[in-house]
Design a protein around this ligand. Structure first.
Ligand code: TRP
Length: 332
């Protein structure tokens, strides 16, 4: 391993199988970073529990599933450290320390917190733990001295909070032990869903990485297209049309896509042909991911998580030693 490489850390909450939106918005970016950075990828199961604590029964299964999804999409456990947050207790220790010095106002003002309280119904989220979501996230990043954190736009405020918490720590204890992390935004960010809203698990408008070819076909045929095109001979719009956005992203046959666009705009192609070709492109895209996934056993994944968590633990332990020194605690 090249020690001069910058460290990257990112994480996802294990809340269910990943979909194409995760692939386009995050995962495809992560896989490309492995050549240039020292990458740590974390299953944020404590963060998932902050909203799922009333019904935690899927957390373990989802943690295995998300690691399978990562690896089948190209995250390479030989090059990157894949680990589970809760297997490294130092996350909670550092979150406690950061919690000591984070003013309540910073957290209460956080836009994601206010939005989630408003939007997510049927759960009690006005808790101490949930308010502290960004504090734990800051600890995740600082623990590994990550210089760069690939995130979506919605996480930028959390990154800014992490930087402020780190600065406050440095100011109070007069010792710079952490790196101030920079966010890295993915080039392509959010993917449109089947119904023309943002692709999201809670909207049920996604294509999952574990969908079978038949399910993919059914979903593609249910897709939103140009609402003004009432029949195949009416000229249609390709811009902002989800079916063509997907063709552009997932169909490698550019000549075919161009031909479909020209005919669509001229009212010379039916939705069925456009969608059949998209189904094929998506299934061709997903096939190698499906294959890789099928080749991974639970035992393989368990081993990968154990090994990754062992590596992460070493770094985390070392950082906590420095933190405890700053706090005049007995270092163990
Ligand atoms: N909050 C992130 C999300 O929901 C997940 C996460 C937890 C994370 N800890 C992190 C992302 C540390 C980057 C760095 O997407």
């Amino acid at each position: 391993m090249n020690i001069k490489r910058k460290r990257i850390l990112s994480g996802m909450r294990p809340t269910g199988n990943l979909h194409l939106g995760h692939l386009v918005g995050a995962l495809n970016n992560w896989t490309g970073l492995q050549d240039k950075y020292d990458c740590f990828f974390m299953v944020a199961d404590w963060h998932a529990l902050m909203s799922e604590y009333e019904k935690p029964s899927n957390i373990k299964k989802n943690s295995f599933e998300i690691v399978k999804d990562w690896i089948s999409c190209g995250i390479d456990p030989r090059r990157s450290v894949i680990f589970v947050q809760s297997m490294i207790p130092e996350h909670l220790e550092l979150a406690m320390v950061f919690g000591l010095l984070t003013p309540l106002g910073w957290l209460e003002r956080c836009p994601t917190y206010k939005e989630q309280l408003r939007e997510i119904k049927g759960r009690t989220l006005a808790t101490f733990g949930f308010l502290g979501y960004p504090v734990l996230q800051a600890a995740d990043i600082a623990l590994y001295n990550a210089a760069v954190v690939p995130v979506g736009k919605d996480q930028l405020h959390h990154l800014e909070l992490a930087r402020e918490i780190i600065r406050r720590f440095h100011g109070l204890y007069k010792k710079k032990i952490f790196v101030e992390p920079e966010p890295m935004l993915a080039k392509a960010s959010r993917l449109v869903g089947l119904d023309n809203r943002k692709m999201s698990k809670s909207y049920g408008n996604f294509i999952s990485l574990v969908d079978t070819p038949e399910v993919v076909k059914k979903k593609v045929f249910s897709m939103y297209t140009d609402p003004n095109r009432v029949s195949a001979d009416v000229p249609g719009n390709v811009e902002g049309n989800p079916v063509f956005i997907y063709h552009d992203l997932f169909n490698p046959d550019k000549a075919e896509v161009d031909d479909l666009k020209i005919r669509y705009k001229a009212g010379k192609v039916g939705d069925v042909e456009v969608k059949e070709k998209l189904t094929k492109a998506l299934n061709d895209y997903l096939d190698p991911i499906r294959e890789k996934r099928a080749s991974l056993s639970d035992a393989d994944v368990e081993e990968i998580i154990k090994e990754g968590s062992g590596k992460a633990k070493k770094v985390a332990h070392e950082t906590m030693g420095k933190v405890r020194e700053c706090l005049h605690q007995i270092v163990n």
